[in-house]
Design a protein around this ligand. Structure first.
Ligand code: G1P
Ligand code: ZN
Length: 543
């Protein structure tokens, strides 16, 4: 088998976004497109000769073919060993777990997360470093710079290999180990949570429904929830991963996880509902006819962390992305813990976790996790909740209501305007920036603007600075409106508007979030001139 050096021309659009390079499958299928990016990764990370790499993805369309290419390129680029999930499968948190456990030189994860899959859907690729977490911005910028000047890539001339059985074989001078994608991850979960207590809860008639959304978590949920914890087999729905996710949109929220929502809000509803996304790092938690906002979920996990064996010694600190509600800050303050506010994207949590500054992290976008890996983790959140419910012997709803009564409630909602013309979306942002000078002090109904800015972040560990991470309008009573352009979309621009209002009065905690935030939403639309500038009357999705 010979190593070939293939001449290529650089592409100008391989800039990684919030979470790696995301494009339509058809873009990745362009000759040399995938290869150029993979070679740019390898050139940038400069792995020592003989290093080990992890490779796996969420099983979406093009996963298998991309993995064949990556294996041959890894062999040609001097890697000594690759651990690849059987069938090319590794959920994002499982990949992070495997990188850490086997101390590899990082890994390549193939996923476009919650974006639709299939031949006309999305695909994505990212590099995670030795800590198991997404490469920092410094590294992704260097990969991008490399991708703009690359002129050749190296690949082994070899036939495709079979990845469907657990096996070990050579590819050129590199070893390939096809590993069980679930086992290491499931073991880690068992070490963190009180499985006997959860098993007893389920045996006692507590009913749960987990929606794998035809995506990667099906086999993980079956192994953990059904085989290890004894939940009935039909507790896991849409459990078979499909390359096009059954034509669905594997994003666990009230809009896209509608199969589950119908069940959890229907007659004879189970006690607990949950869903995860395409690559298994997001989660949605539901009680019986009750939705837990992701921001509240982070706060609740922090407040109850010591109930789980893996966190019984307490947590070091909490980090949340800037648009995430400040519910977690209140818990941190009560526990006397540090709380960090980072830009959007999990890559900003890695340094804080590596430095031991935080244990729990979360984002409003249905992402929660801890230092057990360096990615957010869907099933981990589900198990954490089940552990808490088992320990407290209360319903999800009563646990949340008690929490609000103690800390107050941060009403929260996010409005997404997807696939906008890029110019119109940029126009909204520019208009808002232009208003910075005049907004402070202005009164809108019950709200007075205190300050506004473009969020920027200085990493407390390595001192790196990230600017323009979202526009914040902060009101005198602590309410906030945030505007941000998405960094994960593949079509036009997606504008996200985040709304938050704090309510201490228990009598008002039962209000619907949309009702409680009505005035703030109107202000957000007015300040941004969003309707006029984009022509959109309604958001695409409200979460
Ligand atoms: C979105 C979420 C962000 C999350 C990312 C990857 O990014 O908003 O919190 O980390 O997906 O799951 P965005 O499209 O907003 O850039
Ligand atoms: Zn995801």
């Amino acid at each position: 088998m010979s190593i070939r050096t293939i001449p290529t021309q650089a592409f100008s659009d391989q800039k990684p976004g919030t979470s790696g390079l995301r494009k339509k499958v058809t873009v990745f299928q362009k000759p040399h497109y995938l290869e150029n990016f993979v070679q740019s990764i390898f050139d940038t990370i400069a792995a020592p000769q003989g290093a080990t790499l992890v490779v796996g993805g969420d099983g979406r369309y093009y996963n298998r073919s991309a993995i064949q290419t990556i294996l041959k390129m890894a062999a040609a680029n001097g890697f000594g060993r690759v651990l690849v999930g059987r069938g090319g499968i590794l959920s994002t948190p499982a990949a992070s777990c495997v990188i850490r456990k086997y101390e590899t030189y990082g890994g390549i994860i193939l996923s476009a997360s919650h974006n639709p899959g299939g031949p006309d859907g999305d695909f994505g690729i990212k590099y995670n470093g030795e800590n198991g977490g997404p490469a920092t911005e410094t590294v992704t910028e260097a990969i991008y710079a490399r991708s703009k000047e690359i002129s050749a890539y190296k690949i082994l001339a070899a036939a495709d290999v079979s990845l469907d059985e657990l096996a070990e074989f050579s590819l050129g001078s590199m070893r390939v180990e096809v590993i069980d994608p679930v086992a290491d991850y499931a073991e880690l979960m068992e070490s963190l949570f009180d499985f006997p207590a959860i098993r007893a809860l389920l045996a006692g008639g507590f009913r749960l429904k987990f929606d794998a959304m035809h995506a990667v978590t099906g086999p993980y949920a079956r192994d953990i929830l059904v085989d290890r914890l004894g939940a009935p087999a039909d507790s896991v729905m849409n459990a078979v991963p499909l390359e096009d996710f059954g034509n669905g949109h594997p994003d666990p929220n009230l809009t896209y996880a509608h199969d589950l929502v119908e069940i959890v809000y229907g007659a004879d509803a189970p006690d607990f509902g949950a869903a995860s996304d395409g690559d298994g790092d997001r989660n949605m938690i539901l009680g019986q006819r009750f939705f837990v906002t992701p921001s509240d979920s982070l706060a609740l996990l922090a407040a109850n962390a010591t109930l789980a064996p893996g966190y019984k010694g307490g947590i070091a600190g909490i980090a949340r992305s800037m648009p995430t509600s400040a519910a977690a800050d209140r818990v941190a303050a009560a526990l006397g813990l540090p709380c960090f506010e980072t830009p959007t994207g999990w890559k900003f949590f890695g340094n804080l976790m590596d430095a031991g500054k935080v244990t729990l992290c979360g984002e409003e976008s249905f992402g929660t996790g801890s230092n057990h890996v360096r990615e957010k983790d869907g099933l981990w959140a589900v198990l954490f909740w089940l552990n808490i419910v088992a320990a407290r012997k209360q319903s999800v709803e009563s646990i949340v209501r008690e929490h609000w009564a103690k800390y107050g409630r941060n009403f929260y909602s996010r409005y997404d305007y997807e696939a906008l013309p890029t110019e119109a979306a940029n126009g909204v942002m520019t208009h808002l920036r232009d208003s910075f000078a005049t907004l402070p002090g202005q009164v809108f109904g019950n709200y007075t603007v205190a300050t506004c800015d473009d969020f920027s972040y200085t990493d407390p560990v390595d001192g790196s600075v990230s600017t323009k991470q979202g526009i914040r309008i902060l009101f005198a009573d602590g309410s906030r409106i945030i505007y941000r352009l998405s960094g994960t979309g593949t079509e036009g621009a997606t504008l996200r508007v985040y709304l938050e209002a704090y309510e201490a009065d228990v009598a008002r905690h039962g209000l619907d979030a949309q009702e409680a935030l009505k005035e703030l939403i109107a202000i957000a639309l007015q300040l941004s001139e969003l309707k006029g500038r984009t022509g959109r009357e309604q958001p695409t999705v409200i979460t």
